[in-house]
Design a protein around this ligand. Structure first.
Ligand code: CAO
Length: 414
């Protein structure tokens, strides 16, 4: 089976998480991703959160599969010359340095277009044009400035960030879509273009329903939020604990073993169509005859009581037993599955979502494979490169002689 992006060359100037997420996806789909790293240092994440001394961290290895690594000092004169050749050689350049860093290297967009008019130049920044455009940004800053933290957390608690890397990996996904869209457009126009994604925009895009609720607030309380009917609403979308955020109320309830197992919980959604079956199974067939409980509207002011009663029943079963009973009744629900359980789940391994990779220095480890499955394009996961592992072969590919490679090394340009 061929790979969808075979033949596409990516000049990968990314580091940390957001940019590498994008280029890793493109590499999984078969693009030749050439990761440019500073000589002697490389992507800072190689050395961050190390679990084994002197070995590339899982942080790095899990974000840089299927890539080749070339070391290059883009601030060195000879390095700039090599960089120019790489720009000519590639179809796409991806970077997520601090604002202005690539310009300061001497390669603003205008210069890149001059060198290669077909080049697609894709960037992640923390913010788009506006008051914060020059700021450096990491994941949690994006979650805080994009609306996620303000709307996440317990009702009376402080704003909270989520463990899902929606600012970094989320924005990397957006950038990858931007790149393939621009490649598709280039087929017709013959021209490259700029693709820019801001992390604030990416997080806000994922918080769309909270902006929806912000506008609904003007017309009265948000009746599906736990603040209704007894709590107060301010003038901004509040935090809502584990409320579903959709038109079908849901909540996390305890299951058997919750006293000792922090993940013995299940999320249950009281979808109107399945409510009669749910009520019956938890021993509340009486609700169906009672106008105080029988309609979604009548239940809204007392959702806390509804979930209390559901929980009395779920606490008598394990989360997987609840799943087995409720799913045939069409009640949407999902156990809280721990990272340990996920890492051991055979079906995720069978689909390539969890993959075991062998690395020459660290040995075997688990990673998350490509979440996008194509029926006619394979997507295998290969280990991440060592720092500068492919320097010689890449420099030769762009036309440097052995002597030129040697000189570049002596001058510390690579
Ligand atoms: N050769 C020579 N210089 C290089 C180089 C190379 N191969 N690779 C990087 N550098 C230089 C850069 O040019 C920059 O130099 P200047 O400051 O002189 O322009 C310098 O290294 C540091 O780059 P940086 O400012 O991007 O790195 P940082 O660690 O200070 O900041 C980060 C990191 C992520 C906060 C910043 O890059 C950023 O805000 N990026 C955009 C948003 C983003 O992607 N954030 C997600 C990060 S994942 O959580």
């Amino acid at each position: 089976m061929t790979k969808a992006l075979e033949g596409v060359r990516i000049l990968d100037m990314t580091h940390v998480q957001s940019g590498p997420t994008c280029t890793q996806l493109l590499a999984w789909f078969g693009a030749d991703v050439i990761k440019v790293e500073r000589p002697g240092a490389g992507d800072a994440t190689r050395g961050q959160l190390r679990d084994i001394p002197d070995v590339d961290s899982l942080y790095f290895t899990m974000l840089n599969h299927n890539k080749r690594s070339v070391t290059l000092n883009t601030k060195h004169e000879k390095g700039k010359d090599i960089f120019t050749r790489l720009i000519k050689h590639c179809d796409v350049m991806v970077e997520n340095f601090a604002p202005g860093a690539i310009d300061r290297m001497g390669f603003p967009w205008e210069r890149i277009q001059e060198i290669n008019p077909r080049m697609i130049y894709a960037s992640v920044k923390g913010f788009g044009p506006g008051p914060f455009e020059d700021c450096k940004v990491y994941e949690n800053v994006a979650q805080c400035t994009g609306g996620a933290a303000s709307t996440t957390g317990v009702l009376d608690g402080f704003p909270m960030v989520t463990g899902a890397q929606i600012g970094d990996s989320g924005t990397g996904l957006n950038l990858a879509l931007g790149v393939v869209t621009a490649l598709f457009h280039r087929e017709k126009s013959g021209r490259g273009q700029r693709v820019t994604c801001s992390m604030q925009d990416g997080v806000l895009n994922l918080c769309r329903v909270k902006l929806r609720d912000q506008q609904r607030l003007k017309h009265g309380p948000l009746k599906e939020y736990p603040q209704y009917p007894n709590g107060e609403f301010g003038d901004a979308t509040p935090r809502s604990g584990n409320a579903s955020g959709g038109g079908q109320p849901g909540w996390i309830v305890k299951c058997k073993g919750w006293e000792t197992d922090p993940d013995a919980y299940i999320y249950v959604i009281t979808q109107a169509a399945a409510f009669p079956e749910l009520a019956k199974v938890i021993g509340h067939a009486d609700w169906l005859e009672d106008p105080e409980w029988s309609t979604p509207e009548s239940r809204l002011p007392k959702l806390d009581k509804v979930f209390e009663e559901i929980e009395k029943w779920t606490m008598t079963k394990t989360k997987y037993e609840v799943m087995d009973i409720l799913n045939p009744l069409n009640v949407p629900c999902g156990p809280i599955i721990s990272m340990k359980e996920l890492s051991e789940e055979s079906s995720l391994k069978a689909t390539g979502t969890i993959v075991e990779v062998d690395h020459p220095e660290r040995g075997k480890y688990l990673t998350v494979g490509n979440p996008i499955k194509l029926s006619d394009s394979s997507s295998d996961v290969k280990r991440s490169p060592l720092l500068g592992e492919h320097t010689d072969e890449i420099l030769a590919e762009i036309g440097l002689s052995n002597q030129e490679i040697l000189t570049a090394k002596e001058e510390k340009a690579v």
